[in-house]
Design a binder for this molecule. Sequence first.
Ligand code: GLN
Ligand code: ZN
Length: 769
Amino acid sequence: MTAKSAAAAARPTVYGYPRQGRNRELKKAIEGYWKGRVTADALRGTAAELRRENWRQLADAGVHEVPTGDFSYYDHVLDTTVMVGAIPERHRTAVAADALDGYFAMARGTQEVAPLEMTKWFDTNYHYLVPELGPDTAFAADPAKQVGEVKEALALGLAARPVLVGPVTYLLLSKPAPGVPAGFDPLTLLDRLLPVYAEVLADLRAAGAEWVQLDEPALVQDRTPAELNAAERAYRELGSLIDRPRLLVASYFDRLGEALPLLAKAPVEGLALDFTGAAAANLDALAAAGGLPGKRLVAGVVNGRNVWVNDLTASLSTLGTLLGLADRVDVAASCSLLHVPLDAAAERDIDPQLLRWLAFARQKTAEIATLAKGLSQGTGAIAAELAANRADLAARADSPVTRDPAVRARAAAVTEADARRSQPYAERTAAQRAHLGLPLLPTTTIGSFPQTAELRTARAELRAGRIDPAGYEERIRAEIQEVIAFQEKSGLDVLVHGEPERNDMVQYFAEQLTGYLATQHGWVQSYGTRYVRPPILAGDISRPEPMTVRWTTYAQSLTDRPVKGMLTGPVTMLAWSFVRDDQPLGDTARQVALALRDEVDDLEAAGSSVIQVDEPALRETLPLRAADRAAYLAWATEAFRLSTSGVRPDTQIHTHMCYAEFGDVVQAIDDLDADVISLEAARSHMQVARELASHGYPREAGPGVYDIHSPRVPSAEEAAELLRTGLEAIPAERLWVNPDCGLKTRGWPETRSSLENLVAAARTVRGEL
Ligand code: GLN
Ligand code: ZN
């Protein structure tokens, strides 16, 4: 087939679409069902209507083969667990009694049984429910959901392409079930799992699906030869089935690397590859592998996880190159559009000029359709779209929003020395000890105190204009007074103001920094019915005025003990926002870092001796491929140091991270050059303390002794026991006593008792030293 005839076949397609609906109808229906206000039938009706609406939108945009099975009441990995019959033992009774309630029991747990564990879906901010498998797992096909959705789409007169989590990724994402030895390798279940996929595939074909998409994003991570072998074997076996639809194996979020030649040779009819960002390396790799002769290539050229308009000219050039490499080239987003908001046109508060730079799911679908048309019919057929796109990109490039000369000049002038404290840690620590005069095993908290209903109401009233800023200020001050009084009374050593004024640890700062955009309807699923509205890093970042100083100094005015200033770090500000795609991430991080540096310096000037800069996202933004990690950690740690190194040696810089497993980033944590770090540790019985010690971590650390994820109050004796365990790894001169994380999700009664016990534990153990 010549390039020209291949071009004639180009079609737009997508792998998945936002599930929630225009007004988050799905969230409302599901939460209503949980509360008993919505019947199961009504919930199913709402879900079916939302699927129809999505398919109609896609079909109207020119997508001929709509994705099915991407819809979910909670999570598509949990749907796969149901599809392959891997229901954990402890949930079987609930699932047998009622499939829908059993499904939600697996997702959320019940009084009697714990839910499945939840973890991040690759390096996105979506969370999936981790399958639990063991040597006794017996799979059984349950294709009802997938088959049902195919039939729904066909009934609307549309062609349907079911999208399934592929068998290799499913196994690689799972973990040993409770009671199964940790050494159990779920991949050993592949031979048992493939016949179940074979059955599902046959059923989908019988239901009318010509193509089925099997998503294998796990293959974009570094994989062992055994894992690659398993992938090779899986697709050889599925490919050689007689009764099956055509198979499209999809990958996204990064390049396939060694898995690419292997999948290119597999007996399947198509591959979907990501060509954005680091995954652009797929282009050369595909050419080197000899292309996909006789096969369908789905080219993900529109970034499916960011919010910017596509550079259509650049994408067409990539697509043009790809035309020579496959029998048929279709155009897609790099991944499911689940990771972006639904519709930029719903935004009323964003400057219309800037709105033209943004593309959410609906706009991305239109871009994909335009590109497919241009590829098939030539650029003349999309001349108007190309001209408008060039104008939008040029406007963005030249805008004073994206280019603030003062910000650029300052960032360009940063030197290595700017990101270094004036004295090394060992010298600073003595100065800080003298300055702060803290006892051994000093006690503190991570920052937030309970975000009560009254606080949220006060914020809503301020927004609605029912109270004025002075009235709001009054309520926040009252809360700070209460928080300080409680901490003094309970005997904590380093106090906090409690963060009552913060709606969210990123949004609060984004709202005050120039260069950030906020959306009104930009909801993205985080997990289940929880949606977040990430702010958008749209332009050059600067801080017009101090953001936290007045609250912190007010708190400090109420006490003689040190009050910790509290900021969100530059890496976390990026990780939980949509980032610019027109400059390296490190450049954006540096701008944010400089804005934060001003805040840190202002806090110190206003009298803060202790300042905490939270970086809970440092590890979660780690690139999927090990080869890319050093470069990431270099700019990430530099940004943190840049924000914190303007202070005097006797000012103590704290940082905080939540996660428990971080052996691979201990060096990076040390490179932050913070004086004190607090970490989550209560559930793992101080595992992080041992890990820090085994890496020779030389600084002060507070492994958490109070698990804040549960309302349970730890006893003083229990906290003391954890401290004693901590002391086995970290000497008393360097050990801090604190909870695992902030207390914003907790209620006051348990917070009071838990912190009183924490202080009592510190006193007991000090007495034993
Ligand atoms: N300072 C923040 C708080 O206490 C930290 C939250 C976090 O680590 N996610 O709420
Ligand atoms: Zn935390």
